[in-house]
Design a protein around this ligand. Sequence first.
Ligand SMILES: Cc1ncc(COP(=O)(O)O)c(C=O)c1O
Length: 451
Amino acid sequence: MMQCWSSQAEYAPIPVERAEGCWIHTTDGRRIFDLRSAHECINLGFKHPRIVDALKDQLEKVIYVTDDFATEPTGKLAKRLAELTPGSSSKRVYFAQSGAGAVEAAIKGARLYQYNRMFHEGGLKASDAPGQYPYPYKIISRYKSWHGSTAGAASLSGDPRRWFQEPLTVPGVVFAPEANAFRPPFGGPDTFVEENLSYLEYLIENEGGNNKVAAVIVEPVVGSNGIIPAPPGYLAGVRAICDRWDLLMIIDETMTGMGRTGKLLAIEHSGVEPDIIILGKALGAYCPLTAAIFSEKVSASFEKNIFGHGQSYSGHALGCAGALAALDFLLEDQFLETVQSKGQYLESKLRRLADKHPCVGDVRGLGLFYTMELVSDRTSNTPLRKTTEKYTSTIIREVSEFLFKEKDVYVPTDKFGIWVVPPLIVSESEMDWFTDAIDVALDFVDARLNQ
Ligand SMILES: Cc1ncc(COP(=O)(O)O)c(C=O)c1O
């Protein structure tokens, strides 16, 4: 096996016997709490009986057929996603197998939509687009973002992992600044949202407006680059700018969807209706199943024009059956409300830890999607490492090794803070238990940074 984003010499995966609820049981008898929900894929915990039963049932019927056929779970899931996501339910859903695959479908869909608008629907006049490049193709993404590792998705990612793709990135991406209240790239705490949005508008104008720009893509809560919830007014501001310039707004909910933030989708906290929504990770429950959901406006463009995209295993019936069972569970019995109240409980515990430990610079998140950013100096909020030092080890590696080896808590090793992303079925006593473990780890960080 080849381990992701790592050199291979020291790769030593831990043999697992089984996994259940929030816990992974290893073959040597350890029981480890998964505080990252298996790359944020396992929102309902491992081996959820209702999902397992739905998968078993579906296995006996049909597992995969091509999209010339329809299976009950695939059709039902597309319909439910179209109804449950913001905007008119006359949407179309393209199913893929990874977040990156859905991102590729979304950006290709956005570009083809603009192509159709220009050439097939006569929306733009030739004089508006004086022959420099055939149609609006640029995608505006943001620094401090991650959209996946395939060529197109990596090219859209404002993350040092994009640099592995360079110089052969896919052309046509321009980066806007992220909107981060803790570290605003410019502007002060009261002005950064407004300044950020005016810069976005300046960028769009200078990149050619809607003759050249197709879409803006945003994570509603930035995931891999630091769990940064969009500040109030920001997403509505991006929507207003997209409307003003007639651009598509793409929301990447790969990490934030399926209840992670206490609503089915994180975008619901803002009341904004995107043109394209990307779902991934937890959508498929235990199977690789992701989706690019096209609004009525965008999908109408493909009624007569070709959607020039496709992959084998799209709309996998087994994955869709698991996804439907997970969706039913998420939406019944006020489950999402319990995620919100557990999130408040978690946040209060993390804030208490921040009061106690000077190494904690910021506590932020939404629902059960939290981080504590660690800083080497709290008065200046000096980060533990710069963006250019992504592959330089910080004390967080030691923290995660300590939590893993001494406390049986599994957290990512390469972040700038401690990720707290438990399965949504986590109990209060489990939260008490792992925050106690984090408390001990933070004592160790404080002592080390004070040396
Ligand atoms: C917001 C976002 N988009 C896309 C991706 C890529 O998903 P995948 O790893 O399934 O290709 C990720 C993965 O972390 C992500 O967080």
